[in-house]
Structure formats: C-alpha cells, structure tokens
Write a protein that binds this ligand. Structure first.
Ligand code: ADP
Ligand code: MG
Length: 245
C-alpha cells in the first residue's frame, strides 16, 4: 500500500490579477511544503505584494485557485475570509499596537485559557530573547527589537503559513543580516511554511530554500538559490544577481 502524499502547506495555481486593464500578476503557480522558506524575488512593481495580498485574502484574484493543506480556500467564486485562512502576516511596518505591552502584543491573536496564552507568549519571548521587555511598550524598543516582537506576534497562533512582505527593509542595514539569520532560525524551529517577498537578491540567497524570480507579473525562473545564481535564465536575471554583496 502506498502512503498518501502529504499536500503542500500552500499551493497557488495560475493566479492572475488585472488592474485598469493591465495584468500585474499573470499565471503565477507555486507550492510551499511545511518548513520551507520560499522567496518571491523581483524588482519593485513586478507584482510581489499583489500576489501576497491575494493569498492573504485582502485582495481577490481574477483567475486562479489557492489551497491550504490541500483544501481549496479561494477561487473566483468561493472565498474563505482572511481571518479563517490560518495564514500569518508580517509587513514592512511592523504595526505593533502602541498602547499594548510587548507581551500583550504577542498575545493579541491568541485563543485559549489565560495560562495557555501566558505559556505561549513566554515561550516566544524566550525564543526572540525579549523576556525582560515583556512589560515594556513598543516605543521603548529599538527597531530590531520591535521586529522581533512582530515576528513573535505573527508566529504566536502557530499559523501553518507565514507571509512576509519586505520584513527587514525598515531596519538599519548593519543589523539586517543578523536579524535575517535569527528570523530564519526561528521560522525553521517553528516549522512554518514561509512566503517571503523581497527585492533584494542577497536576502533571497541568504534565506530561501527556493527562489521564485518574478518579473513583470510572471515567474521567470525558480529553484534553489545556488542554481539561480549559477545558471540565471537570461541576461536580466544575471544582472539582477550580479550586484549581490
Ligand atoms: P511589488 O510589490 O513587486 O513592488 P505590487 O504588487 O505592489 O509590486 O504592484 C504591481 C503593479 O500593480 C504596480 O504597477 C502597481 O502600481 C500596480 N498596483 C498595485 N496595486 C494596485 C491597485 N490597487 N490599483 C491599481 N494598480 C495597482
Ligand atoms: Mg511590494
């Protein structure tokens, strides 16, 4: 008897989005298994955020289908609302609640008893090394610390999938690589399937298990970072990867 194959955590098929008669996302398909970090990489304006917003459910595709754990959550007629997709979100401006403490921010989306919530918040604050700031307010934290709170908050409800849109771009350049490495370690520890949007090849090379290279709304190449770097699909892709520091 053969084992039933495990469906990918997230799968999108032939996503398309048109604004003002112009397709900005065209025939985008990919799948992300549990525990894998996939980077959607491409220049500004190529359609990355639009793709992510359709998956989050805050925008609706004109064509295509989205599956979570093998279950259809959205096509052009059927649509599970964003809050019922079990998909976490993390954007560039971390948007912490300024009037809530660090611990309250992390607890915000959690369900369960008070003691269960306290345990999960404590676990995550430990993992991002912010226990001693549990009762601080966000304004008292550095940018890097705020980013860690936002990451802890996004992961607290154990979303199977986390969507991250340029999550490091507001941070001091000198801190970014350390924060990327810490973030990646925590994502791997939690086993989350991640779609990370970035316009920086260096970031994708550093963090991705798989890179989806996007240009003008379409995925033009996909594969392991090493393969894209060594065998770019065309001159433009080679140029894009050539300024990696
Ligand atoms: P990226 O995240 O890769 O920088 P976006 O997905 O934000 O790109 O945008 C892709 C294209 O779609 C851009 O040309 C942008 O101007 C356009 N666009 C995005 N959102 C809208 C919208 N709500 N209405 C009209 N055009 C939009
Ligand atoms: Mg964007």
């Amino acid at each position: 008897m053969s084992a039933t194959p495990i469906p990918p955590r997230l799968e999108v098929q032939s996503l398309r989005r048109v604004f003002d008669g112009q397709p900005v996302v065209e025939d985008v398909s990919f799948a992300i298994p549990a525990g894998q970090v996939t980077c959607l990489l491409g220049p500004s304006g190529c359609g990355k955020s639009t793709t992510l917003r359709m998956i989050a459910g805050v925008d609706m595709q004109d064509e295509g289908r989205i599956f979570v754990d093998g279950k259809l959550i959205c096509d052009t007629v059927f649509r599970v609302p964003p809050e019922r997709r079990a998909i976490g979100l993390m954007f560039q401006d971390f948007a912490l609640f300024p009037h809530l403490t660090v611990a309250e921010n992390v607890a915000f989306g959690l369900k369960g008893s008070a003691s269960e919530k306290r345990a999960r918040v404590g676990e995550l604050l430990g993992k991002v090394r912010l226990q001693r700031h549990a009762n601080s307010y966000p304004h008292a934290l550095s940018g890097g610390e705020q980013q860690r709170v936002a990451l802890a908050r996004a992961l607290a409800p154990r979303p199977g999938i986390l969507l991250m849109d340029e999550p490091f771009s507001g941070l001091d350049e000198r801190l970014r690589d350390d924060i990327r490495d810490d973030t990646l370690a925590l994502l791997k520890d939690e086993g989350t399937a991640v779609l990370l949007v970035t316009h920086e090849p260096h970031e994708a090379m550093r963090m991705a298990d798989e890179i989806l290279l996007m240009r003008a709304g379409q995925i033009v190449q996909r594969g392991a970072p090493y393969n894209l770097y060594n065998a770019p699909v065309d001159r433009a892709a080679a140029a894009f990867f050539s300024d990696i520091n």
